[in-house]
Design a protein. Structure first.
Length: 35
């Protein structure tokens, strides 16, 4: 059980980081389209 929690936290962090990366790319695409 002790080993399961860090793995879950790492998975959540990885998902969050991926979401932020996609958001940045989306914002750049919108900025390019608006320019």
């Amino acid at each position: 059980m002790k080993f399961l929690l860090p793995a879950r936290c790492a998975g959540i962090y990885d998902t969050l980081r991926r979401f932020i990366q996609q958001h940045k790319e989306f914002s750049l695409a919108v900025a390019r389209r608006a320019a």
